[in-house]
Design a binder for this molecule. Structure first.
Ligand SMILES: Nc1ncnc2c1ncn2[C@@H]1O[C@H](COP(=O)(O)OP(=O)(O)OP(=O)(O)O)[C@@H](O)[C@H]1O
Ligand SMILES: [Mg+2]
Length: 264
């Protein structure tokens, strides 16, 4: 179980793996400075029965501007890993650096603030408020962060434009298709111009046509805005569209597949 494998897609050049990446402070992709670096991360959930070791020593790094997918069987720890990397959950062993800062050493309010300013989240179930229109859903985090109403509205309309939904800004979630709703979620994740966008099965609820369209949109945004994307998916077709896929099993990373060079 401790062996790690690295597979390379046929047309890609060989690259260093993530294990070495942490040791020499560089990333697997083009030797770029990592935006996310995790080292020996352990996470245990205490439940009614036996404790669950959801993460059992995860080490990885992600380069700025990289698009990474995380795949593995149900229950292997993908969501837990995402939540720990983004600081939503605490860890009991190991370290996680995001943009050079130890996320678990920050005071709670700083971590929350860091998340709000630097990160966006796209989850499988839309988490949109049904009584609000598309634009109101998108601008909500900005208003909560204290931005003026006018600027919040302008930025939210820009974000909806980026996902091709400017003309649907007045529609409530129930008046939108599944794919359109997920686009609103993406607009909301992007509205504060985050450095990192986390996606937990962002296409999990969509048919393959809509899933592909959403993935195309994420790729476009990744390229255009140089944002870093870390996306959990069960779908091989989605997985291989990233620069790299990290494979998890039983709370560990068991290998990775590099699909294309960062920046190519
Ligand atoms: N809040 C929690 N309390 C107790 N156990 C939990 C909690 N969250 C996750 N777990 C357990 O931790 C393990 C990893 O769960 P996690 O949700 O990370 O898996 P996953 O890979 O995302 O699975 P899926 O593909 O089904 O979403 C599982 O055994 C799960 O039951
Ligand atoms: Mg999950």
């Amino acid at each position: 179980m401790s062996s790690r494998s690295i597979e390379i897609d046929a047309e890609s050049a060989p690259q260093k793996g993530t294990g070495a990446a942490i040791q020499d402070g560089q990333d697997a992709q083009n030797g770029a400075e990592p935006i996310i670096a995790a080292n020996g991360v352990h996470k245990t959930y205490a439940g009614a029965g036996e404790p669950v070791h959801a993460l059992r020593g995860v080490t990885l790094s992600v380069a700025r501007g990289e698009m990474v997918t995380i795949m593995g069987p149900s229950g292997c720890g993908k969501t837990t890993l995402l939540n720990c990397l983004s600081g939503l959950e605490t860890i009991e062993q190991g370290e996680i650096f995001v943009e050079g800062r130890s996320i678990h050493d920050m005071p709670d309010n700083e971590r929350t603030d860091h998340r709000a300013r630097r990160m966006g989240f796209v989850f499988q179930f839309y988490n949109l408020l049904p009584v609000l229109s598309a634009v109101e859903n998108v601008e909500l985090p900005l208003l909560l962060a204290g931005l003026g109403q006018r600027e919040a509205r302008e930025r939210s309309m820009d974000a909806l434009e980026q996902v091709g939904l400017r003309d649907w800004s007045g529609h409530r979630p129930a008046q939108l298709s599944g794919g359109q709703r997920q686009r609103v979620t993406i607009a909301r994740a992007l509205v504060n111009d985050p450095a990192i966008v986390w996606g937990d099965e962002p296409t999990g609820d969509l048919d393959s046509t809509n899933a592909n369209q959403i993935m195309e949109l994420l790729e476009e945004l990744n390229e255009r805005n140089q944002q870093t994307f870390v996306i959990v998916t069960h779908d091989e077709n989605i997985g291989r569209r990233a620069n790299r896929t990290i494979h998890m099993r039983d709370g560990l990373i068991e290998g990775e597949t590099i699909h294309r060079q960062l920046g190519s």
